[in-house]
Each structure stands twice: as structure tokens, then as C-alpha cells.
Design a protein around this ligand. Structure first.
Ligand code: NAD
Length: 306
């Protein structure tokens, strides 16, 4: 099998590319413009890399024929408010990837959507609830889901699977800077012997999901029988105090958080995925809870000298 992973130099794409080429023994080509990804995520990668923008089509010939596309490339920094740029890269870029699939006969596209589509919506968040994204990033992902739905309706021989990732953390997110997960930011603070800083009083809840579960959701999407958009998370939200507890446990430290006022007008109080569709349509079952995920992640970071 041969797969194309767009955004493969980034956090999730690189984890996916290694699992596809390692565990699945597939040929993998990565398409990335290295805008937020980094070659160091790909040390040891055995496949090809096409350096281009997803919005171009010069890469179509270089990518050649593939069995499926995993589309991870996007502007992923949710604090970017340039609406034109966000919509152009995320939506028009996706449309171009779908055009590639159509023109080269690819029958399956798995793409990254986001829990950002739900904004501060009701929990547990269901795929068919009214979407109220709070920023243009979440809005771009909601429009990608609309584009995918219409495309799948028009091309019944193709399977399009959208995965609405919740808060993903894990190895190879190191180059995302401020956009990296809270697990990573807090780990660095604690490792430097500082008190981890979180908004008062650490009670906001997130459906944190370990990247190994996200990779699994992508692999399961290869077997999906029909096009769909489903949540990818744990379904079991935890708060930021618990994150610090788990980090202390994994790092062998006992550092209390330092609370500070939330400077933003908007901040989600809770996210939680409803996983019924993911279970029914992808046979997806998260294997990592917060404690195990953080313990594994800390082990990986120590191994990498971080
Ligand atoms: N990490 C999360 O918690 C999370 C949550 C929800 C959804 N997602 C989605 O998952 C996908 C992967 O996110 P990530 O966390 O790995 O982010 P990332 O920023 O590490 O990876 C994105 C990759 O896309 C590449 N890219 C960006 N624009 C490009 C373009 N125009 N052409 C070619 N390549 C381009 C970047 O260089 C980078 O390697 C994204 O679509 C993101 O929106 C991530």
C-alpha cells in the first residue's frame, strides 16, 4: 500500500507517517511546506517528501498514485485571526487535495477536522449538533466538513472520513511553540523547577487525547464502510489540576500550580466528545486515559532529552 500524508512534518502527521511505514509496512510520501512542521520530527523516516503547498498542483505528478490520502496539513495555530489566510489554506487547500484524489483515482481520503467546530457548545459534543465555532480556525474546519459532505454525495465511489480531533498531546509536538499542548508547556515549566501556571482555579475541563489514539482512529478510518465525520477523543474530560497531578506523578515531582486570571474574554469551560459514532462507524475505542497517556509521554520526552 502507498499513502500520502499531507502535513507529515507536523505533530500528528509525523506520528501517523511513522506508524504507517513501521507497523503497516506501507510506502509513505509526505507533502508539507514546513510552515509549522519540522524535519526533526522525521528523523529516521524512510519515505519520500514532497515540499510544496497543498494549494498548488505541481505536486500532483510527484505524489503519483496512492491508495489513500491522510490530510493533516493546515494552519493549526488557533490564535491566528487572518481570516483570508486561514480559509485559503484550510478550506481551499482541502478542496485541492480532494481534486488530487478525484483526478488520480484515490478512493479514500481521511482528513483532520477539529473539536474547534463546537466552540462553547453543549457537552457531550455530538457530530450533528448546531456548530458554533468561536474562531476562524474552528470555522474553517466546519466548512471543510461541509465541503467533504457535498463531495462525498457527488462521488459515491469515494469514502471521505473526517476526524474531529479534540485536545491532542504527545511526542513530536515540540515545534508547535505556543500552539503545543498544555501537557508540553506545563512539563517544560515543571522541568525547569517552576510552578506550572494555569488559569484560576484549574477547573476548566478538556477532552484530552493521546496522539497514539489519534493515529489509531486514522488507521481505523481505512476500514470505514461509508463517508462520515466523527469525533476522535477519549470521551472522558479531565481538568487542568488533574493534568498537573499526572505530570507530578510521571515526573516524580510535587509542584503546586500557580493560578492566574484568564486574560481572554472567551475560554471554553468544557469540551467532551460523544464517541458513539466513532465507535459504531470506525470501531474506535480510546486506549489511553490521561494518567497513562501522560506517563507514556513523559517517558518519551525524557528519552529524547527534552
Ligand atoms: N493538535 C491538536 O490538538 C489538533 C486538534 C484538532 C485538530 N487538529 C488538526 O490536526 C491536523 C494536524 O495538526 P498538528 O497538531 O499536527 O499541527 P502541526 O502544525 O504540527 O502540523 C501541520 C502541518 O501542516 C503543514 N502545513 C501547513 N500549511 C501547509 C500548506 N499550505 N501546505 C503544505 N503543508 C502545510 C505544516 O508545515 C505542518 O507540518 C491539522 O489539520 C489540525 O487542524 C489538531
Amino acid at each position: 500500500m502507498k499513502y500520502l500524508v499531507t502535513g507529515g512534518a507536523g505533530f500528528i502527521g509525523a506520528n501517523l507517517a511513522f506508524t504507517l511505514s513501521g507497523e503497516r509496512k506501507a510506502k509513505v510520501a509526505i507533502l508539507d511546506n514546513f510552515s509549522s512542521g519540522n524535519f526533526k520530527n522525521l528523523h529516521g523516516f524512510q519515505g519520500d517528501i514532497i515540499t510544496d503547498d497543498i494549494r498548488n498542483d505541481a505536486w500532483f505528478d510527484k505524489a503519483g498514485t496512492v491508495d489513500a490520502v491522510f490530510h493533516e496539513a493546515a494552519i493549526t495555530d488557533t490564535t491566528i485571526h487572518d481570516q483570508n489566510k486561514m480559509m485559503d489554506v484550510n478550506v481551499e487547500g482541502f478542496r485541492n487535495v480532494l481534486r488530487f484524489a478525484l483526478e488520480t483515482g484515490v478512493k479514500r481520503v481521511v482528513y483532520a477536522s477539529s473539536a474547534g467546530v463546537y466552540g462553547n457548545g453543549a457537552c457531550p459534543m455530538k457530530e450533528d449538533q448546531f456548530l458554533t465555532p468561536e474562531n476562524v480556525y474552528g470555522f474553517s474546519k466546519a466548512i471543510m466538513d461541509n465541503v467533504a459532505r457535498e463531495f462525498a454525495e457527488a462521488h459515491k465511489d469515494m469514502t471521505l472520513v473526517g476526524l474531529r480531533y479534540f485536545n491532542v498531546y504527545g511526542p513530536r509536538e515540540y515545534y508547535k511553540g505556543a500552539a503545543a499542548s498544555m501537557m508540553y508547556q506545563l512539563y517544560l515549566q515543571m522541568k525547569a523547577g517552576k510552578r506550572p501556571r494555569i488559569f484560576k482555579f484549574g477547573e476548566q475541563m478538556r477532552d484530552f487525547v493521546y496522539v497514539k489514539d489519534i493515529v489509531r482512529a486514522n488507521l481505523n478510518a481505512l476500514d470505514a464502510e461509508k463517508s462520515c465525520v466523527v469525533n476522535a477523543a477519549t470521551g472522558a474530560p479531565e481538568n487542568f489540576n488533574k493534568v498537573i497531578d499526572c505530570l507530578n506523578k510521571a515526573m516524580g515531582t510535587d509542584i503546586a500550580p500557580e493560578y492566574f486570571d484568564n486574560p481572554y474574554g472567551f475560554f471554553q469551560l468544557k469540551t467532551q466528545a460523544d464517541l458513539r459514532h466513532a465507535k459504531a462507524l470506525l470501531n474506535y475505542r480510546p486506549e489511553w486515559n490521561l494518567e497513562n497517556g501522560i506517563a507514556d509521554y513523559v517517558k518519551e520526552m525524557k528519552k529524547s532529552g527534552i
